[in-house]
Design a protein around this ligand. Sequence first.
Ligand code: HAM
Length: 465
Amino acid sequence: MKKPIKKPVKKEIKPKKVNKPVKTETKKESAGAEKSKRTFNLLRGMHDILPKEERYWKAMFHASENLASYFQFGRIETPVLEEASLFVRAVGKGTDVVDKEMYLFEDRDGSKVCMRPENTAAIVRAYIMYGMWNAPQPVKLWYWGSMFRHDRPQAGRYRQFTQVGYETLGSHDPAADAELILVAYNFYQELGLPVTIHINSLGTPEERVRYKSELVNYYRSKRSYLCEDCKQRLVKNPLRLLDCKAEQCQGVKDEAPQIIDWLGTESKSHLTKVLEYLDAVEVPYQLTHTLVRGLDYYTHTVFEIYPDTPDAGGGAQSALGGGGRYDLLVEEMGGRPTPACGFALGLERSFHVLKQYLEQNGKDIPKERPDVFFAQLGEEARKVTLKLINDLRKSGLKIGFNFFKNSLKTQLELADGFKVPYVLIIGQKEVQDNTVIIRDMESGIQEIVDQKKLETMLKKKLGKV
Ligand code: HAM
């Protein structure tokens, strides 16, 4: 027997009360609703680089690339992920980078891997792996890429950041140190940011051992004046005592023994020669006896780059970049004895300081401008315009356009904003005649040209023949 079809009962639809959770909703359903609404944020210490910042990043990349090419550094790209022990060995236990900041994890096969916190160790790995000592020495390499440190995020400190670095492997010569410092200095000169190089020498490991014991004796006698961090450093990493920024330690630091007095003749002479080169190329520097760097591999020259602008922001109290000699590292990592030196610049810090400095001085990095602007009227015209723009791609001309605006007035306003000398216009008639209107933006005079002759005509008008 057929069941009688029940007539649907019309219910009155009452407006739902807002903000009161419906009691009958299951956990699963509410999780689903949350999923569709949830927006995401960045992880702590991470950042995006947005299109409006691109011109600064482009300028920094161009400066790096041009300098690398002029000073003959070959580009090397190493992976982001490396064996963890590579950095532990090279950078050293007891450093903040290794003890506190490495992005360390077990890979699926159980091996310990690490997101590179810096790149010198990887460059040394590559130098040894590919037998680069067989090539004419020195081998000069440069790189650009992301580094990862689980640092405490603050101004100018990120957990993922970008470095550009230059390394010279296979030369003892102080000229190699000076050349690198000159490249670092030129980088900021190219961008228009005044900087000063802070420089020091850490001598040989033997000289450093003698100096360290003197430093520890001195600091022990002042222990009661020290901050808690320095009390730790005294035991763990005495050279870092000289890095302390705490107000209460400054007096003790000022009176501390200076490493330069513990250097032997050879180390002193190396430093003097580097300084003589810097004088010759007119790079401004400051001898800073408290400069020790935070990584273990350095010997002899160490240096850092600081903006000359005290209020530059973006972590201006921190160095924009730093480096030095690491004459023993290649051998320690299993290679032949190979003197080496290098540096890396932090590009987020450089970006912030540069942007702020330019803004404070009413300057800017010029935005890229098109040579001409292409305006179109109607769908058919848009098709032809797209084809012509694509054809002009190889001409070397920069074409501005916006397909999503239909009115000529809006498109001319856009063109005006770019300050282009000519606007190209295609409407229904031009589509039929295979022509383009070239409008002189200054005089307003319009000219009709054959689409086939457009490239030649434009180049002639823009003086690009
Ligand atoms: P570093 O001093 O550790 O040296 O780093 C160089 C630069 O990277 C710093 O001066 C800073 O601008 C930037 N930097 C470091 N940590 C951060 C961070 N958490 N956030 C943003 N920027 C940061 C090295 O890495 C050595 N590998 C340099 C070198 C090359 N020495 C010899 N060859």
